[in-house]
Design a protein around this ligand. Structure first.
Ligand SMILES: [Ca+2]
Ligand SMILES: [Ca+2]
Length: 434
């Protein structure tokens, strides 16, 4: 109905022009009055002698829609307006136009169901693993799911701008062949609840029928980090194994003005990349599992970074091509007066090597190294590097490596790092790059 009103307006306009009595001389038109907005409908009083009306809708100083119509009722729900809208209307007759009338109104948005595909929120894309975490399957939601969540600390991170603070139902669609399994749910770095995966569905293969697990989570208004990851200890096999397809957050159906969220920005200012969520890189065939301790960020750190090319690989999706800074929380206890820690950062748009046990081929990549770091008071105490390295991320997929290099000369720079552990990295957005 909505679009058709506007089209009919043009047809009606022609017929009115044809019927106009030329003996009446029109010299001016009154301004439009009595504009109202209710339930998606704009109405205003008809102006005497008007052929039609010039209308426009503006949001944040951008014209969203403009048209010429004959009707005095407009169904605006089809235009896709959100937020505080400025409506401008003037009556016209031939080349005579009335003064413009202006009216502001709010189009509220419902906080309904929000779906998150697990595969879109991987920090551990899995190229450091023998088998990728990203699994294609046409029967999965969005054609893919997350598998290979094998070690404590691994899982999915979701950065979400919540329009409301509150407690909401949160569903996980999973598969498992080893029920019962579980994943913990942490919000903004604090434990909140646990998904219990109790239904035996089998692994995702020729058939794929995920089951649903339900929890409630409490969010703040603004940016939230929702972490779903494997936790536990060896006594429960770190919570057994499950694969994740997608999540549904059930909003409370209340309404809000999208303009109230502008103050939070298009994306978080700082992303925390947990080391244990990244794909561990470890020379040799042995994994370097996360080390658990309540004092660590998100409960885990990644230890055993001892040989050249050991470290962490994060897969990070940047919304734009942009400049970021990165600093890392590291620990390094003094063994025997050997080399000081000096983690190196490499950014690429492709995985450097397919398996954790292979050496990285780093020739040709820009290597930046945190220099002059001190030992921490012991291995369990982490500190942020006081340096921040500047990196450029391309729009879309990026791989960020934080690795130990020894005796490597690259572009005239010799890197020779001692052992270290990683808790997390701060990735701070600076500005877009054209
Ligand atoms: Ca999916
Ligand atoms: Ca951590």
């Amino acid at each position: 109905m909505k679009k058709s009103i506007l089209i009919l307006g043009v047809i009606g306009l022609m017929s009115i022009t044809a019927c106009q009595d030329d003996t009446v001389k029109i010299t001016s038109l009154d301004k439009v009055t009595n504009i109202t907005y209710s339930d998606g409908i704009i109405t205003f009083n008809e102006v005497a002698n008007a052929e039609g009306y010039n209308i426009s809708f503006t949001h944040l100083e951008v014209v969203i829609y403009e048209d010429q119509i004959e009707d005095t009722t407009i169904d605006v729900s089809s235009i896709g307006l959100e937020g505080t809208i400025t409506f401008e209307v003037s009556a016209y007759y031939q080349d005579i136009e009335s003064e413009v009338a202006t009216y502001s109104f709010d189009v509220l948005t419902e906080f309904g169901d929000v779906t998150f595909e697990a595969e879109n929120y991987l920090y551990n894309f899995g190229t450091g693993k023998e088998q990728s975490n990203f699994r294609n399957n046409p029967q999965a939601s969005n054609g893919a799911y997350v598998g290979g969540i094998d070690d404590a600390g691994q899982g999915v991170y979701i950065n979400y701008l919540s329009p409301k603070a509150g407690t909401f139902k949160f569903d996980c669609y999973y598969t498992t062949d080893q029920e019962p399994a579980q994943n913990e749910v942490w919000i903004n770095g604090e434990y909140q609840t646990t998904f219990h995966f109790t239904e035996k569905t089998g692994w995702g293969g020729a058939t794929y029928e995920p089951a649903k697990a339900e929890v409630e989570i409490t969010l703040v208004e603004g940016w939230n980090t929702i972490s779903i990851f494997k936790n536990g200890d060896a006594s429960n096999n770190y919570g057994s194994y499950a694969e994740l397809d997608y999540f549904v957050l059930h909003g409370d159906k209340s309404t809000y003005n999208v303009d109230n969220l502008i103050k939070y920005g298009d994306h978080p200012t700082t992303y925390i990349l947990e080391a244990e969520m990244g794909s561990p890189r470890k020379d040799g065939t042995v994994k370097n599992p996360a080390i658990v301790n309540d004092s660590y960020s998100n409960k885990f750190c990644l230890g055993g970074i001892e040989k050249c090319f050991d470290g962490v690989e994060w897969h990070f999706n940047s919304e734009t091509k942009a400049k970021y800074t990165i600093d890392v929380a590291y620990s390094s206890g003094q063994f025997d007066g050997s080399k000081l820690p000096a983690p190196s950062i490499i950014v690429t748009q492709e995985a450097i090597s397919p398996a954790r046990s292979m050496q990285l081929i780093v020739d040709g990549y820009e290597i930046q190294t945190f220099e002059g770091l001190e030992y921490t008071s012991n291995w369990g105490v982490f500190t942020l590097t006081d340096q921040q390295l500047e990196i450029t991320l391309e729009e879309g997929d990026n791989y960020i490596y934080c690795i130990l290099l020894t005796g490597l000369e690259e572009n005239g720079v010799t890197v020779d790092s001692g052992f270290f552990q990683l808790d997390y990295a701060n990735l701070t957005y600076i500005e877009d790059i054209e």
